[in-house]
Design a protein around this ligand. Structure first.
Ligand SMILES: Cc1cc2nc3c(=O)[nH]c(=O)nc-3n(C[C@H](O)[C@H](O)[C@H](O)COP(=O)(O)O)c2cc1C
Length: 223
């Protein structure tokens, strides 16, 4: 009896096994202006040792060319290096998927994630997600996040908005999407373009409960 109690106690006080690593975050990048938003998101998530599953739409290639005169490699084998160089970050885990590969693991609801952020999000991608088109991997993965009721955050970038844009954004908000427009604030006294961009990135990641940036948060006004 004494022996069996001793054994039971041994089991009860055994050290717990280490927590499994957190699920990855899906990062969708679409062909809206402001690819720096995506680059800064990658930088901060990787620096905080998050795993990222990245998918960029076809139009992203053209926007890189127009905004930075940079050619984004078409070969998927070169994309991890490309995004890491842009972000200047070598930690964390980054897996890049081709937009055409609708059979990638992130296309399935059985692949667990912490959530998905589409940054920047074009009006075309807004429309396609709002209407459930799933015509490429980015759209399909966003659709999966909605059906699985996992967090989906979009950072739309367009101005002005047409009634159609607003209706599609409303549809997404009604379906549970967090809509975080690329509209920076000024109360944190931004000094650089990165300060402005980082405010938007931090507010987008806030929606996933991720606080991995040194954002100067509002502490209240002096009376
Ligand atoms: C340089 C450049 C900048 C663009 N900026 C925007 C933008 O800010 N917002 C937007 O909705 N579309 C923008 N577009 C248009 C989209 O890239 C286009 O609608 C494309 O079909 C979007 O495809 P995607 O949503 O699959 O990425 C831009 C295109 C180019 C070439």
């Amino acid at each position: 009896m004494i022996i069996s109690l001793a054994l039971t106690n041994t089991v009860l006080i055994s050290t717990p096994s280490p927590l499994p690593p957190p699920h990855p975050i899906v990062l969708g990048i679409s062909g809206a202006s402001g690819l720096l938003y995506a680059v800064r998101t990658i930088k901060f998530l990787l620096r905080a040792e998050y795993a990222i599953e990245l998918v960029a739409s076809k139009a992203t290639y053209q926007v890189w060319q127009a905004e930075q005169n940079i050619r984004m490699p078409a070969q998927m084998s070169k994309q991890e290096q490309f995004w890491r160089e842009q972000a200047q970050e070598w930690g964390g885990q980054l897996t890049c998927h081709a937009a055409a590969n609708v059979g990638a693991r992130i296309a399935s609801g059985s692949f667990r994630t912490l959530g998905m952020v589409v940054i920047p999000c074009s009006m075309s991608t807004v429309a396609k997600i709002a209407n459930g088109l799933s015509s490429d991997l980015l759209e399909r993965t966003a659709d999966v996040h909605l059906k699985e009721r996992r967090p989906l955050v979009i950072v739309p970038r367009e101005t002005p908005f047409s009634l159609i844009h607003l209706r599609n954004l409303t549809t997404l908000a009604e379906a549970g999407t967090h809509v975080v427009p690329a509209i920076p604030a000024w109360y944190h006294h931004p000094q650089t373009i990165e300060d402005l961009v980082d405010f938007v990135v931090a507010r987008a990641l806030d929606q996933l409960g991720i606080d991995c940036m040194s954002l100067q948060r509002w502490q209240g006004a002096e009376p």
